[in-house]
Design a protein around this ligand. Structure first.
Ligand code: ATP
Ligand code: MG
Length: 399
């Protein structure tokens, strides 16, 4: 006897009513994708559950991959047996003996009403059986070390013990797409992660200013993008040549407003990319009050140039919380690599912390920026980063 299945529970999805099928199809697709390196396994779907049939594969590496897939509430190793009392007894005993629990309880769910014993009767029967064949183990119905769960379904009975928490959220691909403004910093990769957790697929845009920003700075962004593929399949990174426009801004615009105008240009270019690729929103790593440029006034002024939704999942988070997530998703060490990015190079000595819309509009009036925007958009280099060579190096702090 051995654990031959992994049972996947998808909690929140069950609430999605008529959309449920669509969500589960996407989840199934995402799981199948992540398990490509294990050709022997089979993914099966029964009502309200997904099962991975291990077919001789080691369960641990599979669990390690699957638990990061959004939309999964929890996982358990499971034993599948026919709907026969002696087989169920045997499997329940195996599950208990293979846990290190000193106290247990049995929870039977009889989905298949034609099974002769009811749930309550089975709880008592199996509890007594387990007590008889083990030593030093007790029943504790309120706070057991291990819960032996028995699901008697139509085709078979599944027995599980330990419950492994899943990543939660919604399957990536069920909430549309966003364009992530990905810098080399700590915040924007975390913002991307949070959107993916809500089921949103990402494309990324990065503003690159060679020779002021180096190839290593660009590589850093691609490495961050690769980390994010742990939660999806692949990520398109649109690298925008930003040097000319940026230099122009610093020539044309009074120093205190150059940063504000630069951000407005970033949004204008991002919107153009969204339109081209049918993306309906943008996401940034902005967090209110974190740096001088991230004030309410600044957001108000920067936001004026687009009416596309700008999603800011970190807006109300503390830096410490953001760093904790960035460590957990393994982007932190890349983010703190010391290479310059375009914003740090052209930082004016005293940027306005409360830039005004009318002021900035006045400054932009005499600056014919549209041709620079068009040129930047035309010369975008798009790099596709995939999860194929990604190492799974994520940490339990996320749960
Ligand atoms: P991050 O840690 O994400 O770099 P930050 O705290 O450094 O953020 P800012 O430099 O003010 O904050 O940038 C705010 C947001 O603007 C970033 O989170 C990112 O979404 C976007 N951004 C900044 N620079 C770039 C860039 N070179 N390319 C793409 N997006 C950028
Ligand atoms: Mg930054």
């Amino acid at each position: 006897m051995e654990f031959d299945h992994i049972l996947i529970r998808y909690g929140e999805l069950a609430l999605k009513g008529r959309n449920q099928k669509y969500f589960i199809n996407q989840l199934q697709h995402n799981i199948q994708h992540k398990l490509k390196p294990f050709p022997n396994i089979k993914l099966k779907r029964t009502q309200g559950r997904l099962f991975i049939l291990l077919n001789g594969e080691e369960p641990q590496p599979i669990i390690e991959r699957v638990r990061w897939i959004f939309g999964i509430h929890s996982l358990s190793l499971a034993i599948k047996v026919p709907n026969e009392l002696t087989k169920i007894e045997e499997a329940a005993l195996y599950a208990l003996e293979n846990s290190d629990g000193k106290t247990f309880k049995v929870s039977v769910r009889r989905v298949n009403k034609s099974f002769p014993k009811g749930s309550q009767e089975m709880n008592q029967h199996l509890g007594a059986h387990l007590l008889r064949y083990t030593e030093g183990i007790h029943v504790d119905v309120h706070n057991p070390d291990v819960e032996i769960k028995v699901e008697i379904r139509k085709d078979a009975t599944y027995i599980t013990s330990h419950v492994i928490p899943g990543a939660g959220g919604l399957p990536v691909g069920t909430s549309g797409k966003t364009l992530l403004l990905l810098s080399g910093g700590i915040d924007s990769p975390v913002a991307g992660y949070m959107m993916m957790k809500r089921g949103v697929e990402l494309e990324a845009i990065h503003f690159h200013s060679p020779p002021f920003t180096s190839d290593r700075a660009k590589q850093k962004v691609l490495d961050l993008a690769e980390k994010l593929t742990a939660f999806g399949h692949q990520l398109k990174v649109h690298v925008v040549p930003f040097t000319t426009l940026q230099q122009k801004i610093f020539q044309e615009i009074p120093e205190g407003y150059a940063m504000t105008v630069m951000r407005r240009m970033m949004f204008r270019i991002s919107e153009a990319v969204c339109r081209k690729h049918n993306i309906l929103s943008m996401t940034t790593g902005e967090s209110l009050g974190q740096v001088a440029s991230q004030t309410m006034e600044s957001m108000h002024t920067i936001n004026e140039v687009t009416n596309f939704p700008i999603l800011r999942p970190l807006v109300a988070m503390d830096k410490q919380e953001i760093i904790k997530i960035s460590r957990a998703i393994d982007t932190y060490d890349i983010s703190i690599r010391p290479y310059e990015d375009c914003c740090t190079i052209f930082v004016p000595k005293s940027p306005k912390t409360k830039p005004k819309r009318d002021k900035v509009n006045q400054f932009e009036e005499s600056f014919d920026y549209q041709s620079y925007i068009d040129e930047a958009v035309q010369n975008i280099e798009t790099i596709v980063v995939s999860d194929e060579k990604r190492q799974d190096n994520l940490f339990d702090e996320l749960f």
